[in-house]
Each structure stands twice: as structure tokens, then as C-alpha cells.
Design a protein. Structure first.
Length: 400
């Protein structure tokens, strides 16, 4: 849309500006998305903001600039936005985190969302220009959501609102959350103080003796119906409290080098901790040996029988079959009746190491098997629901 076609829309978008000079200095107060989406509610169901300016074409504006958005546009967002995404604005695939301080300004203060149910916050820059209290106030209108996906910086200090150092406080601001992506991945259930590092300092829960840090307390964990970010190894060693997650329907576990034989104790502990679980996602990487042996696949007979769907996500795992249909048939041979398997696999080129093709089996070919209902996503999207008919069809989704 251009000024020639509709000068009234541009005038409305500029109504907050005091002078042409001020407008020119605020290049992030005006974007093509604003011009295109003004008075178009369907395009504002997800409001995308950045903490740092970056002209990557994926956001509407910076969080600080949103405070100067035209009131009519803010009203459209209040009525129709279902999800708010806040990132640090870095370029896709960036190899380093920006050291420039991010600035939220007054952000979303004063915004009264009528339908907001999800927040996706991924800010890896830990350097705030305005401090804990101001950043909290800028994001306060988001705190009532039921679904929260977050990934916070490891580089902040105890005065930074968006960092793992204050992650317990950050999560306490979201008392209604029932679907949660933890602020980190590979989170153990308990992290004792002597095992903590700069990058892995929290468990899911504080140890009973208080010797460690946890993201949530037992009271906050109990109402969850979806949880992503725990380590798979925690469900192998037998120390998982029974009925730990009594209402969780979908659990996402991450683990590197998870040998297939360890699925038997993992399944048993998951069933004990999550008695009503319907979907289990296992994200596994860098396991080159045990998954390529067909005889090992009998462990799938121990999958929790109440499951509707088992989602296997592989990256750097040798599989024993050449096609997706063959692999799905192998797993389904052993799964309990009523449990369906869905597979997502990263496609790698083969390479030779010590005279052996270690990547043999990685190139599992898609051969007509349908893709998962959540494709192109690797696993079910946090907060989304999928009908039983979709879950009852085996799937294979190649991913990059």
C-alpha cells in the first residue's frame, strides 16, 4: 500500500508524531506491516516485537516503539491479538549475541488484551538499558496468559528481568500458566548447588533440602498440562517423584546420546510421574550405535499404554531402515495398541570416519508416509491441540 493509494492510512499511522524530523528519527515507529495491517484484524492475531532494532522483516516494530503506535491500531491489537512474540531482534542464524543493551521503553504498558493466551519471549541479550523494575512494568500486560514459551539469556545479572539468573522471579509473574516451555533446555528435575554452572543453574524444582535452585515450586508445577524443556536422562535413573506432573497431557524431553535401551526405564518413570499423559515427545541427538540395531526395538513395548502419540525427533541418530514406512512399521510392531508413532528426522549427508560410514541410516527417505499435523514444526506446537484422528495416523517429517 502506498500514499498514492491511500494517504489517509499513512496519516493515521503518523498521528503520534510531533514533527517530520521526529518521525524520521523514529524509523522503527513506522513499518510496512503497520501500513498493510491497519484495520485488518486477521494480521494482528500475533503481535511481533523486538527488544533490539534489526531490520529483518520479521517484526512489526521494537517493543519501545510500540508505546507510540496509533491508538486505533492499539485498539485493534487489544481486541484481536492472541499471541505476543518478543525477540532480541538478531538476524536469523546469528553466530553471536548482541552486546548492545536492549531497551523496552514503556513497551506494552496500558495495553488491555481481550483474547491474549500465549506469550513467546526469546531474548538472548542479557544487557538491559533500563533495569529490572522498568522492564517488568513494560511487559506487565502479558502476565495473565495461560501459555508461555520463553528462552532467557545466560548473560544477565540479578538486576536483569529477562535472564535465567532471575528466572524464578520471571516465572512467578505468570501465575495462570498451564502450558510452559521452560526458559532453558536440558533442565534436570533437581539441580543441586554443587552441580550448578553458569549456563545450567536451575532444575525444575528446588531440592527438598533447599540445596539448589528451581524454576518452580511444587504448587506451580501441579496445574501444568503441557511442559517442555526437561532432560530425558532424569527419567532414566529412577529418582523421579511419582505423580510429579499429575495433569500433564504433553511432555517434551531433550537428551543427547540417549541409548535406545534406556527407553525402558524412561517409559516407566514417565508413566509414574505423568499418570494422564497423552503425548510424549523425545528429542534425541548424537547417538550413533544402539538405534541402528533392530533387535533393540522391543523396548517400545514398554511405552506408557495411555499414550495417544509418541513423537520421536532425531538429529544425528543412526536408524536401521532406508525408508520412513519401514521405520514406522518397525516401531509400531512393538508399541502398545492405541499408541501411534510420529517421527521427525534431520537429514544429514553421509560421511566416513575411521573407515566406517557412521552416518549410514541417517538418510531415511520419505516414501509417501504423511507428514505430522504440526509440520513443518519439529514437534507439536506449544499450546496447540490436535484431534485424535490426526494423532492416530503414523507420520514422518523430514526437517532441516
Amino acid at each position: 500500500m502506498t500514499a498514492m493509494h491511500n494517504p489517509d492510512i499513512i496519516a493515521r499511522c503518523l498521528e503520534y508524531a510531533n514533527s517530520p524530523k521526529e518521525t524520521a528519527a523514529r524509523r522503527w515507529c513506522l513499518s510496512r506491516a503497520w501500513l498493510r495491517a491497519h484495520d485488518a484484524p486477521a494480521l494482528w492475531r500475533t503481535l511481533k516485537l523486538t527488544a533490539l532494532p534489526a531490520d529483518n522483516g520479521r517484526a512489526h516494530c521494537t517493543c519501545a516503539a510500540w508505546a507510540r503506535a496509533p491508538q486505533r491500531l492499539r485498539s485493534v491489537v487489544e481486541r484481536h491479538t492472541r499471541c505476543v512474540m518478543i525477540t532480541d531482534g538478531g538476524p536469523s542464524g546469528a553466530t553471536h549475541i548482541s552486546e548492545a543493551p536492549y531497551h523496552l521503553g514503556s513497551g506494552l504498558a496500558g495495553q488491555n488484551f481481550a483474547r491474549l493466551d500465549k506469550v513467546d519471549c526469546c531474548v538472548e541479550c542479557g544487557n538491559s538499558a533500563q533495569g529490572y523494575a522498568a522492564d517488568r512494568a513494560a511487559l506487565q500486560p502479558l502476565f495473565g496468559v495461560a501459555c508461555l514459551s520463553s528462552y532467557l539469556s545466560h548473560h544477565g545479572d540479578d538486576q536483569t528481568f529477562l535472564c535465567t539468573e532471575r528466572a524464578e522471579d520471571f516465572l512467578q509473574n505468570f501465575p495462570n500458566v498451564r502450558r510452559l516451555q521452560l526458559p532453558d533446555e536440558y533442565v534436570p528435575i533437581f539441580m543441586r548447588a554443587e552441580h550448578a554452572t553458569r549456563f545450567f543453574s536451575h532444575g525444575l524444582l528446588v531440592p527438598d533440602d533447599g540445596n539448589g535452585r528451581g524454576f518452580l515450586d511444587r504448587q506451580r508445577v501441579t496445574p501444568l498440562v503441557e511442559l517442555s524443556g526437561l532432560r530425558g536422562a532424569c527419567f532414566v535413573n529412577g529418582t523421579v517423584p511419582a505423580n510429579l506432573l499429575p495433569h500433564v497431557l504433553h511432555l517434551v524431553l531433550h537428551e543427547s546420546e540417549l541409548q535406545i535401551q534406556n527407553l525402558e526405564p524412561l517409559f516407566a518413570n514417565v508413566a509414574a510421574a505423568c499418570p494422564v499423559l497423552e503425548m510424549l515427545t523425545l528429542s534425541i541427538d548424537s547417538e550413533y550405535d544402539t538405534w541402528r540395531m533392530r533387535d533393540n526395538y522391543s523396548v517400545f513395548a514398554h511405552a506408557p499404554p495411555r499414550l495417544k502419540a509418541l513423537i520421536l525427533c532425531f538429529d544425528g541418530v543412526n536408524l536401521p531402515c532406508k525408508t520412513s514406512a519401514q521405520f514406522l512399521e518397525l516401531v509400531n510392531t512393538y508399541l502398545p495398541a492405541g499408541v501411534q508413532v510420529h517421527v521427525s528426522a534431520v537429514i544429514h549427508k553421509s560421511y566416513r570416519r575411521r573407515g566406517t560410514d557412521r552416518a549410514q541410516g541417517w538418510r531415511v527417505l520419505q516414501d509417501g508416509v504423511p507428514q505430522a499435523p504440526w509440520a513443518p514444526a519439529t514437534w507439536p506446537v506449544l499450546g496447540e491441540s490436535y484431534d485424535d484422528a490426526a494423532l492416530a495416523r503414523a507420520s514422518f517429517t523430514p526437517s532441516s
